[in-house]
Design a protein around this ligand. Structure first.
Ligand SMILES: Nc1ncnc2c1ncn2[C@@H]1O[C@H](COP(=O)(O)OP(=O)(O)O)[C@@H](O)[C@H]1O
Ligand SMILES: [Mg+2]
Length: 225
């Protein structure tokens, strides 16, 4: 697809301008994003706020340009509103837990269930608009039990390294409000598997690994992965 200038570079994708109100998300390694586009369309058809998809072709998805800051940027800017942001994240996961997975989507390992899971729903993947939030980055989407999605978000909120002091300041309030709005007991059995998946997915620093181990010891009764 024809693209304009680069507007964001993520872990395994780049986002380019692509005409008025549109962007292209392109995988860095050329892998096809057509399945991801179909997941986004499915979520949206079932009332979940994924960006609108216009086209998908090999490594490219042409979609709505969501003009607005991420929830992460908003928390850094206004840590006093962290509780509101935690509630928003919990509300998104509650909504998603009502959406059945398409039958063709792969099942998340060890997580029986028939719901659509995002499995990376952290504040950097929620963009805010005047018309409500939009959830991006559906690369990990799978079929399974909603507790796994809650465990994934919980683990990230509790352990991700942040560099801005305002984010560290907002962390406790955000996490408390998030846990108030979800079912932590249903998520707890999934914490260890989510920690393992996260470790396999990216290079964690020794400090992050230690933080995850402490978190698991506290919440899952397990000191190591
Ligand atoms: N539809 C969109 N409109 C505007 N910005 C977007 C859109 N999709 C993604 N972005 C921006 O690009 C960043 C990276 O995209 P994302 O889909 O999260 O990829 P990655 O897997 O690389 O994290 C996002 O955090 C967001 O800032
Ligand atoms: Mg992302």
């Amino acid at each position: 697809m024809q693209v304009g200038s680069l507007i964001a570079a993520g872990y395994d994708c780049e986002i380019f301008e692509a005409g008025p109100g549109r962007v292209v998300r392109r995988s860095r390694d050329g892998r096809s994003l057509e399945r991801e586009a179909a997941v986004m369309r499915h979520a949206r058809r079932h009332g979940f706020p994924a960006p609108e998809v216009f086209d998908a072709d090999g490594p490219d998805i042409l979609m709505e340009h969501v003009a607005g800051p991420s929830l992460l940027e908003e928390t850094a800017r206004a840590p006093g509103r962290a509780a509101e942001h935690g509630e928003l994240l919990a509300g998104l996961l509650r909504r998603l837990s009502t959406v059945r997975s398409p039958g063709w989507l792969q099942a998340a390992a060890g997580r029986p269930g028939n719901r659509l899971l995002h499995l990376d729903l952290h504040p950097g993947n929620v963009l805010l608009t005047g018309d409500g939030p939009r959830v991006v980055d559906w690369a990990n989407a799978a079929r399974g039990a909603p507790g796994a999605d809650v465990a994934c978000t919980w683990l990230i909120l509790a352990t991700a390294t942040v560099t801005q002091p305002s984010l560290e300041e907002g962390r406790a309030g955000l996490l408390a409000a998030f846990l108030d709005g979800v079912d932590p007991a249903a998520a707890r059995p999934h914490l260890r598997a989510e920690a393992r998946r996260r470790r396999a997915e990216r290079d964690l620093t020794a400090e992050e690994q230690a933080e995850i181990d402490r978190f698991l010891a506290r919440e899952a009764g397990e000191a190591s992965l």
